[in-house]
Design a protein around this ligand. Structure first.
Ligand code: SF4
Ligand code: SF4
Length: 438
């Protein structure tokens, strides 16, 4: 795509990166077929190609975008399905990041939108505040239907999150290898997952210990910054990234990896090297931290001793989170690990399409998110599985709200297969002995 940026505009590294991405696009439109918003809405401006045109125009003119342009940028899920499809290798991820930043720096959102974004940014990335909000949400969750009737869909969406489960502090603490020691890892704590589904990390710790790894936490670690980043709040996102780089650089010692159980966080941490590339105090260490970050499925797949158990042949529908399959390009590990562990694994016909969770998207764009979520739950249920396996807390929540099937983390299933306890979400089914086994 031809561009007309002025030379002085290209002195800005973010603009130079965006210009390169725009020039790489050859308008072929292959990406439209796999873009969830285009598939749903059928509007070229809600396709990757259409958005690239809108962003190009906005950035070239260094203009304040119109409300219409902001609508189409906001509707992008940042699912990155388009980057998997694009034959030209357009760096859409950093282009839409730059567009969101430009919007936040130049556009005055309506007051209700600003308030909601402020609340999300003030609460979600802070575990204690989010935990308190969830506790409050539980108290008023019976009012969810009322909020829906009143049209307050964003508040209703928040209240739906207020169903939570538990794991003890001891289950989540640093712990030592249970078999012949191979090394140590740092486990990313995160902000949303430990509040809503702490059993995901409890299972991860048991699994890693059993595989021969000490598991430690880094004091001073904070939210990965992805929520702020996707809201266009770059300063806050980079502050969090720097804090994590400091924390992990100090604690890494002999750690062979920073293991991440939420793929949305994993994608962000793996991008720290890029995001801090122009900060001389952090660039090298950020790149090193990004290289150390591994999704739990990626890390276990690298292990010389795969989890194997031949007795648990139950049918699992695997939902591939966009941040894992498109963001991190991890497509085969989760399925292969589950199959090696004895599970029958099936995938939905629309495996490449986003479930609609996408960080804060399900709260800020509830109509599109609900349509995508309902569609995903239906295609997963059509596989008649015993449970749905995911690798990202956002997907677990968003899909879990729309199905009676248990939604579990891949690590819970691997831990179970390797001798750990039955995942909490599957306990009832197992106790009813409805679970078919070989
Ligand atoms: S990131 Fe996802 S929603 Fe956004 S343009 Fe690409 S495919 Fe469409
Ligand atoms: S597939 Fe890639 S090159 Fe083709 S229109 Fe989409 S972004 Fe541009």
């Amino acid at each position: 795509m031809k561009t007309t940026f002025a030379p002085e505009q290209l002195n800005d590294p973010a603009t130079a990166t965006s210009e390169k991405a725009i020039r790489t696009c050859v308008h072929c439109g292959f990406c439209t077929a796999t873009c969830p918003t285009y598939v749903l809405l059928g509007d070229e401006r809600d396709s990757p190609r259409g958005r690239i045109y809108l962003i190009k125009d906005m950035l070239e003119k260094n203009a304040t975008p119109t409300a219409e342009v902001v609508t189409h940028i906001d509707r992008c899920l940042s699912c990155l399905s388009c980057t998997t499809t694009c034959p030209s290798g357009v760096d859409y991820m950093h282009l839409i990041d730059h567009a969101r930043l430009h919007v936040e720096n130049t556009y005055q959102r309506p007051i209700t939108d600003r308030l909601m974004r402020w609340a999300l940014l003030t609460i979600l990335p802070h575990r204690a505040r989010f935990g308190a909000a969830i506790a409050l949400g539980k108290l008023v969750s019976p009012l969810q239907g009322l909020f829906e009737k009143l049209g307050a869909k964003r508040i209703a969406a928040l209240l739906r999150m207020a169903r939570t489960s538990k794991a003890s502090a001891a289950e989540l603490a640093s712990s030592k290898a249970m078999s012949a020691r191979k090394g140590s890892v740092l486990l990313q704590s995160g902000c949303i997952e430990p509040v809503l589904r702490p059993e995901f990390q409890a299972a991860t710790i048991r699994l890693l210990n059993r595989q021969g790894y000490d598991v430690a936490r880094a004091p001073g670690e904070t939210c990965c910054g992805a929520l702020a980043h996707h809201l266009g709040q770059e300063d806050e996102a980079l502050t969090m990234a720097r804090r994590n780089v400091d924390a992990w650089s100090t604690s890494r010692d002999e750690a062979g990896a920073i293991v991440v159980t939420a793929s949305g966080c994993g994608s962000m941490i793996k991008d720290y090297g890029f995001l801090l590339r122009n900060d001389p105090a952090y660039a090298t260490r950020a790149a090193s931290i990004s290289a150390l970050a591994k999704d739990i499925s990626e890390f276990v797949a690298m292990d010389s001793r795969p989890v194997t158990a031949a007795t648990r042949k139950i049918r699992i529908a695997y939902h591939a989170a966009c941040s894992l399959q498109h963001g991190q390009k991890i497509t085969t590990h989760p399925r292969r690990l589950l199959e090696q562990a004895g599970f029958e694994v099936v995938t939905p016909v629309d495996a490449h399409l986003c479930c609609g969770s996408a960080g804060t998207y399900s709260i800020l764009q509830p109509e599109i998110a609900n349509r995508l979520g309902d569609r995903k739950a239906a295609t997963l249920e059509a596989l008649a599985p015993v449970a749905i396996a995911v690798g990202n807390i956002g997907c677990a929540q968003h899909i879990g709200m729309r199905t009676a099937l248990p939604v579990v983390h891949i690590a819970e299933l691997l831990d179970w297969a390797a001798g750990g306890p039955c995942p909490k979400a599957l306990e009832q089914i197992e106790s009813q002995k409805e679970m078919p086994r070989e």
